[in-house]
Design a protein around this ligand. Structure first.
Ligand SMILES: C[S@@+](CC[C@H](N)C(=O)[O-])C[C@H]1O[C@@H](n2cnc3c(N)ncnc32)[C@H](O)[C@@H]1O
Length: 306
């Protein structure tokens, strides 16, 4: 079968199977099987697939129709212009999470691509280099993107999932920032609060970011099947109302940010009224901002430690 016929048949099957973005899925899976870019496939649409490629391609198409997300089939997802390894066991990075990076850069007056923050108050906790924490790092997408954007920063990335941390470590290595990211398997930032841990007892952060699990258990039935049946529930669900993690996360951030340090977190649809009050104490937090995503939904909450 030639490339054009294979794509056409795959798109038809995916569409009939109710798969959203069926054209993109058909293309990405064929790119994966052939190891070719999209533009190559369309420029060589008359070329024949090998029997193995054809077999593998339609096996992936069948798995996609059965519900497995395309990214788990190809093993990758782009985030902030970087390619990340993903696999079942780790959340697939979402485009709206890139707003956290934008907000962090804005807060530090850095334009994307600049070598190092120009604000002289940065890095006060560490004598120059920023200290960043990413809580619930998953694939490591935020930790890695921030390490790239702040080339002298050191990053602590935590997660409760061993599987996620394994993938995050590989993503850090893949993007040559492994030497600046420390990965820790722990609840939130617990390890850094313990008075017994003398190694980190004087640690304070300039920036804490988090995209915690924030879907309400009661909304589980409304989730797309691909998400509910394939992505890790520990990455999705944040208790009865979806807000379980925010109170301890914000309390710990208040304890661990240096004065003037920045807190940035992602919030779920409709969560603003539950989460913003947690930053209401003006003796702790100032300069509170809400940033909408491209759909106009409040998506990022950020604040400065007094
Ligand atoms: C919504 S995912 C975000 C992953 C990644 N930061 C991203 O934006 O794609 C939430 C992550 O937090 C982790 N997590 C859940 N509860 C946690 C906790 N109490 N402490 C640390 N990490 C936690 C999950 O394992 C998951 O990897």
């Amino acid at each position: 079968m030639d490339i054009r016929s294979a794509l056409k048949l795959a798109m038809h099957r995916l569409r009939e199977g109710g798969v959203p973005s069926h054209t993109l899925a058909a293309e990405l899976l064929l790119m994966h099987v052939t190891g070719r870019e999209r533009v190559w496939l369309y420029a060589h649409h008359e070329e024949l697939l090998t029997p193995e490629q054809e077999r593998d391609y339609f096996a992936l198409i069948a798995r996609r129709i059965a519900g497995t997300p395309t990214q788990y089939l190809t093993g990758k997802q782009e985030f902030w212009g970087l390619e990340f390894e993903v696999a079942p066991g780790v959340l697939i990075p979402r485009p709206e999470t890139e707003h956290l990076i934008e907000v962090a850069l804005e807060r530090f007056h850095v334009k994307s691509g600049h070598a190092f923050p120009r604000d002289t108050s940065l890095g006060a906790a560490s004598g120059g280099a920023l200290r960043i924490a990413d809580v619930g790092t998953g694939s490591g997408c935020l930790a890695v993107a921030l390490a790239k954007e702040f080339p002298e920063a050191s990053v602590i990335a935590t997660d409760i999932s061993t599987a996620a941390l394994d993938i995050a470590r590989r993503n850090a290595a893949r993007h040559s920032v492994a030497s600046r990211i420390e990965f820790h398997e722990c609840n939130l930032l617990d390890e850094f609060l313990s008075p017994l841990d003398t190694r980190h007892s004087t640690l304070s952060f300039d920036l804490i970011v988090s995209n915690p699990p924030y879907i309400a258990h009661s909304d589980s039935a409304d989730l797309p099947r691909d998400v509910r049946d394939h992505e890790p529930h520990s990455a999705l669900f944040g208790g009865a109302h979806g807000a379980k993690i925010y109170a301890p996360l914000i309390t710990q951030s208040a304890q661990l940010l240096r004065p003037g340090g920045i807190f940035v977190c992602e919030i779920g649809f409709g969560a603003l009224d539950r989460v913003r009050p947690l930053l209401a104490d003006a003796s702790i937090w100032t300069a509170i901002r809400v940033t909408n995503d491209l759909a106009g939904i409040p998506r990022v909450l950020s604040a400065q430690r007094v």
